[in-house]
Ligand binder design. Structure first.
Ligand code: ARG
Length: 601
């Protein structure tokens, strides 16, 4: 997505972003931008009058108990000791000092509080014009300065099912890459393939004994054919344990790049990836690199030598390890007693490679919490090697997903494929849509957008660490807090605007947007830039999806309580402009969590 030049950053994203010579705007954590700026200016003014620092005062603000009592409350008793006056007196004095203050219509004393009433018309006008002007770049910034953020996500395993359990890493990583791009970073999307290890020896043995190349190549699902062979290997090995030895020898031949076996191994990869691509296409997910575990094979010896030269490793029972007992962790294994490398060795090598290749600002791993220890060990080892950038490596961990269909295991061959879940959702959506809107022209396309949105929403709507249980009824509910509900609200905005035709924003009478439901909608839209910034800061896209739902509920309330096609041209233009801003904000928010927004549904 193109970044707009000269858009002032709505919020700074990270504590440590300031590079040499980079000025950083103040960190804004929550609430709308406009509302935030006014708080800052109130705090500044009170600071001038009291001598207390503006930062301290900015932390005091409260929200009045009901909206008719104002928008922001300042508790004046906090100033009593410094100013040596009773709080009601302070409130009265300050009230006078705020007469004619820009952005505030009145400051009203209420007991020990001073309640500020914001210039809602001004707020509304500024925000709506900003959203309409920025369009899909609403909430974007150049904070990132095009610095690289590596995002290791999806990272599927070759010859294993691309199962539904891969959904969270895939959609979370995809969303984070869009969020970082929106904030001016350059995401490097890495699919760190699981394409190395003894299982490929098993695959070779199984394929040579029972496989049929033509059948696999022409199958509807080559991946499943390969997985079937893998399952068969395990069944057979129970009765013929000597197969395990054959498998080890076969993997050794791959390690030695035996031409025939290497070609087969390459073909396994090709078949798996070709099929995985279908799932990625449904989701709209893309990668910049497919460098997986095998890619680091020839890069590991140098790293192992470095580990040894720096005295980071010790030898224990023939194994090369990093003793992490001082950090309350079990040792990190580097070399097995037979000299073979393992998973951590490859991740340590990959991290160094990424630093050298991309000079990343952050290096993220979107991987389930089962691997918490693994990443703590890897990051600690990098630190012990003297790499201060180890602190920029982040394990973006997440909880488990369970399906109504129950649990599954690759070896037993009853995995649930993500592609199947997506296709089922699309089919179910199509049935619903055929009933709701039989005349929809691009039914298939819309059914895909809604079906996929419904499935990916779950893991993106709660804090990522929470375990999540998928439910078909919940996912496809058009009235709950779901993607279809957000998409439906977006389509409703589009329909209003389509039917209204062109409107003249110059003629808008912004004062008609002062009522409760308009203010709530404007606030929800205005909060989006800060939600985007927090989502990046905490690696939590759900902060955006929740904000999108807030906008949608506020819009639907606004829609029922205000006649958009009013006879008064000024009123009509203002309400259409607000509808247009809501449409833009919903679409932008959905885009950032990887969900499409059809215009009709
Ligand atoms: N392929 C692994 C799995 O499915 C995930 C890899 C995560 N990335 C990494 N650099 N270790 O469990």
């Amino acid at each position: 997505m193109p970044l707009r030049a000269g858009v002032s950053p709505p919020a700074a994203v990270f504590e440590q972003t300031a590079g040499p010579g980079r000025e950083r705007p103040p960190l804004i954590r929550a609430g709308g931008i406009k509302f935030m700026n006014i708080k800052d200016s109130i705090a500044l003014k009170v600071s001038e009058l009291s001598g207390i620092s503006a930062e301290e005062i900015a932390g005091w603000f409260e929200t009045p108990p009901t909206p008719d009592k104002g928008d922001i409350a300042l508790p004046c008793f906090k100033l009593a000791r410094t100013l040596r006056k009773a709080p009601p007196m302070i409130a009265a004095d300050l009230s006078a000092a705020f007469a004619g203050f820009s952005g505030i219509v009145k400051a009203e004393p209420a007991g020990g509080y001073l309640n500020f009433f914001l210039d809602r018309t001004g707020e509304a006008k500024n925000l709506i014009l900003k959203v309409l002007d920025e369009g899909s770049s609403f909430g974007s910034s150049d904070e990132g300065g095009m610095r690289n953020v590596c995002i290791d996500f999806s990272s599927i395993n070759i010859c294993k099912p691309f199962g539904v359990h891969h959904i969270t890493t895939t959609v979370l990583g995809h969303s984070l890459s869009r969020i970082f791009r929106h904030l001016g970073f350059n995401p490097v999307r890495i699919n760190h393939l699981g394409d190395w290890g003894t299982q490929f020896g098993k695959m070779l043995v199984a394929f040579k004994k029972w496989g049929d190349r033509g059948k696999i190549e022409n199958a509807e699902s080559p991946m499943r054919e390969l997985v079937d062979l893998y399952v068969k290997f395990h069944q057979e090995a129970e009765e013929h344990p000597e197969l395990e030895d054959e498998a080890r020898a076969a993997f050794r031949s791959i390690e030695l790049h035996d031409p025939e076996n290497w070609a087969l191994y390459d073909w396994f990869k090709e078949m798996t990836l070709k099929e995985a691509q279908r799932t990625y296409d449904l989701l709209g997910v893309e990668f910049d690199s497919y460098n997986g575990e095998a890619f680091y094979e020839d890069k590991m010896p140098a790293v192992i030598k470095e580990l040894q030269d720096k005295g980071v490793t010790t030898v224990d029972n023939g194994m090369t390890i990093v003793d992490l007992s001082a950090y309350d962790m079990p040792p990190c294994l580097i070399l097995k007693s037979n000299g073979g490398t393992i998973y951590p060795t490859r991740d340590i090598t990959a991290a160094i490679y990424r630093k050298n290749t991309y000079d990343f600002y952050k290096n993220l791993y979107v991987v389930a919490y089962q691997q918490n220890l693994h990443f703590r060990q890897v990051f600690k080892t990098l630190e012990l090697m003297g790499y201060d950038w180890a602190k920029d490596c982040v394990h973006v961990n997440f909880g488990m997903i369970s399906m109504p269909e129950g649990t599954f295991s690759t070896r037993k061959g009853n995995a649930i494929y993500l592609e199947d879940v997506l296709l089922k959702a699309i089919e179910k959506t199509k049935a619903i849509m055929t009933e709701k809107s039989p005349d929809l022209p691009n039914m298939d396309e819309v059914a895909r957008q809604i079906g996929v949105g419904a499935v990916v929403w779950g893991p993106l709507y709660s804090s990522r660490i929470k375990d999540f249980t998928f439910s078909w009824d919940k996912a496809l509910n058009f009235e709950g807090e779901t993607a279809p509900y957000a998409q439906y609200t977006h389509a409703r905005c589009c329909s209003v605007l389509r039917k209204a035709g062109a409107y003249n924003v110059e003629k808008a009478d912004w004062s008609c947007l002062e009522n409760e439901s308009c203010v709530a909608l404007i606030k929800a839209i205005g909060a989006l830039p800060a939600s985007i910034a927090s989502a990046a800061e905490k690696y939590e896209p759900y902060l955006i999806s929740r904000n999108v739902i807030d906008i949608c509920s506020a819009f639907n309330k606004f829609y029922f309580e205000n006649r958009i096609m009013d006879d008064d041209e000024g009123v009509k233009a203002a309400r259409l402009a607000l509808t247009d801003a809501a449409r833009t904000a919903i679409k932008t928010g959905l885009y950032l969590v990887g969900i499409e927004a059809p215009e009709r549904m």
